[in-house]
Design a protein around this ligand. Structure first.
Ligand code: ADP
Ligand code: MG
Length: 220
């Protein structure tokens, strides 16, 4: 998975989120403040602009640029939360490149292995859990991201190929998003609704599923 694949990931994610913007906003209207679709659509459009303006040379830099842009450009809670996932992934990947001695100059084009990606993704999920103080079952994006991360880790352990592994991660995220429907929200705006948050899919979990589907499409 090279820098171009990661740029393509954000382009495809931007496309899918744009396409589903109204659905995401409708989900947020049910248990939040009806801005998740517009927030993320705007944020990912800005990410694509930043990536095409000055294409980063390494996967780590693509992720850092994307994360920083989301933190800067998205007003809602989801901007800093997604931003921290990608920034942490970028940090983790550049650390890994450093240990391998592949950091800097053209070597930065060295692709990231599935195992390194899975490890970085795991760190990204830990970062969002820490920032949002959210755990599995709280009805947030974590309920889609954490199962995707777990699926990736298992795929790496079992020696599954990249395409199959990313497909499994995308399916785990989609199932995780659907599994938020019967949950009662314990974090974010939806938690203000208490029991009335039950029966609705969490918008952030729904967008996380789209983002994982985008990766399976471009790198699968
Ligand atoms: P806001 O809630 O500020 O309007 P968005 O509507 O863009 O921001 O994003 C809402 C989504 O953010 C929620 O559906 C949920 O998935 C996620 N979220 C909100 N608070 C947290 C949190 N503390 N931890 C993890 N995810 C959260
Ligand atoms: Mg909102």
């Amino acid at each position: 998975m090279d820098a171009d694949v990661f740029v393509a990931w954000f382009e495809e994610a931007a496309r899918l989120v744009h396409q589903d913007r109204d659905r995401l906003t409708r989900l947020d209207a049910e248990i939040g403040d009806a801005d998740h679709g517009t927030n993320l659509d705007r944020g990912l459009t800005e990410v694509c602009k930043a990536l095409t303006g000055a294409p980063p040379a390494s996967p780590a830099q693509v992720l850092s640029t994307a994360g920083t842009t989301l933190i800067r450009k998205v007003g809602g809670a989801s901007g800093p939360l997604y931003g921290s996932v990608f920034r942490q992934m970028g940090k983790q990947m550049s650390k890994a490149a450093e240990t391998q001695g592949t950091q800097g100059t053209q070597e930065a084009r060295v692709p990231v292995t599935l195992a390194a990606f899975a490890a970085a993704f795991e760190e990204g999920v830990v970062a969002v859990e820490r920032l949002g103080k959210a755990a599995l079952g709280d009805k947030t994006m974590v309920d889609a991201l954490a199962p995707a991360s777990r699926a990736l880790a298992l795929a790496v352990r079992d020696g599954v190929d990249v395409s199959e592994a990313l497909g499994q991660a995308a399916r785990a995220a989609a199932e995780g998003a659907k599994a938020t429907i019967p949950m009662q929200a314990r974090k974010g705006r939806a938690s203000y609704l208490g029991e009335r948050s039950v029966g609705h899919e969490d918008p952030g979990a729904a967008s996380a599923a789209l983002i994982m589907a985008a990766l399976a499409t471009v790198a699968g």
